[in-house]
Design a protein around this ligand. Sequence first.
Ligand code: ADP
Length: 629
Amino acid sequence: MAKHQFQTEVTQLLDLMIHSLYSNKEIFLRELISNSSDALDKLNYLTLTDEKYKKLNYEPRIDISIDKEAKTLTISDTGIGMSDEDLVENLGTIAKSGTKSFIQNLSGDQKKDSNMIGQFGVGFYSAFMVASKIEVTSKKALSDKAYTWISEGAGEYEIIETAKESHGTSIKLYLKDEESEFLEFYRIESIIKKYSNHIPFGIYMDKEETIPAKTDDDGKEIEPAKTEVKNVQINKASALWRMNKSEIKKDEYKDFYKQISHDSTDPILWIHTKAEGTIEYSTLFYIPSTAPMDLFRMDYQPGVKLYVKRVFITDDEKELLPVYLRFVKGIIDAEDLPLNVSREILQQNRILETIKKASVKKILSELKKLQNKDREKYLEFYKVFGRVLKEGLYGDFENRDALLDLVMFKSSKRDGLITLKEYKEAMKDDQKSIYYITGEEEAILRNSPLIEQFKAKDIEVLLLDEDVDSIVMPMVTEYDKTPIKPVNNSDIDDEIKEDKEETKENEDKYKDILEKMKDILKEEAKDVKISSRLSDSPSVLIYDKNDPDFQMQQMLKQMGQDNLPKVKPILEVNPKHEIFEKLLSKSDDELLSDVSFLLMDQARLAEGMKIEDINGFAKRLNKIIAKAL
Ligand code: ADP
């Protein structure tokens, strides 16, 4: 007998389960059945593809039995089973890094919030919501040893060697006194029908049936009434995605989603396709309404499972959909693939490539339909997954137009989010481009000196405040034949210049000062120029059209590129600001130097950057304040 300690995060999770006031406890059964179904899937695949397993007696089924006297509920399957090491690995630790870090980050208050449980894939451990003790007896296929894992959920578990006739897993729950409802046949039957009707394997239970008394023609009893126990199949066991759309009810779609996703909330949308023709396949995709915890992790769990002719192949293939659709859950079932496709072959398989392409187009077009038909619902989707969807603009050239229709932005002129189409529709006749500004905070963007001129001319500017924007937007140069340009790009000067004559005059007037400033700031700025984009602020920083701007530089740093060459911005100054009128009448080099650095530093602040030489900044500022007083 060996005692083991749970990994810390498991203890925390179990604590959460055991003290949970979560009202939807019945989901534990869905989780256990779903694990059994996965175990059957895995073995099914091996028996079809691996010689060693072909001699195995594979009769896939899930059996559920109730013992009212012992107050136990047992869920058994004839699946792949677990070795003692598997038991430690799978039931003593949390493998999924997303779940792990989620638990680590739960605050005290959140731990008390029972609804937290509904928000992540609780899995096996959810059984501790209803059981005070659990025994998992398992025998791995092709092994002759069986083991029982026993735990009361408090800090530790034991594993002992036992005897078990055939491979598979049997999970016995000792129900808590207050959970006796789960000892009722009809209660269990209804939970199975609700959540697990369409798992592709039969779920069986013993059902007591009353056989009425038999009588002869005169009404005389020849056999008394009796109860008989029959083993019956509870679920339909039909692969939902293979059925005709017209046969499937909304609730069935939703419940199937919950079963495959471990998510308790309803999906926003589902897309069910059956393709017949050169390549035959069925797909059933779901757009969830909540984000999985690993959405922004490199090691995210892909949401789409691959089947070939109803046989489960893998749920760990990230190439089935592009990375920017990693929030999509569902199933691809291909007709014409060999069952034992290797990973390498999968990734360059022409049939899968075709299915993938068609699926992406379909998903994007359904999202567009939703955007047109039900804006509120689309926004609900977009708030959760818009940032991920935007990533597609970076690499998916083929679907860029479709993606550009789907992405939405904040605007300098309107509340809420708008589409590029809406931006275009409101463009002025003489406006040449779609303009945007990127940065970290909406408030900074709204008040940025960079958009003063746009505001003055009543030109709308898109406010892009997500980190992903500065990476993807440089890749996007036009929408529906209209150029898209950042406001801090030197390239757009001509498009927004008020009056070219006036600028020329100012350039002449301030020629000397500009030359001197350029020299003073030679370590900081690439150039010092008269600006045409300012109305209130005295200065602003812009970037040469071939240089990465500040946000882009930040992003590159975050991605680990530390040794970037220093990119110098261009300092633009506002000739209409009184500072410059006044500078003309002074010939004090020290003053000009202080003013130049101060103009540079305040422009940095306005862009959300930091001032590097805070000491120097304070000294110069104080000098000028003292002079003014
Ligand atoms: P999840 O199913 O989301 O991975 P669980 O905590 O429910 O998380 O299960 C952990 C792991 O334990 C599973 O991934 C699987 O490897 C193993 N497992 C659970 N139930 C069974 C079962 N009935 N048969 C075989 N393996 C199982």
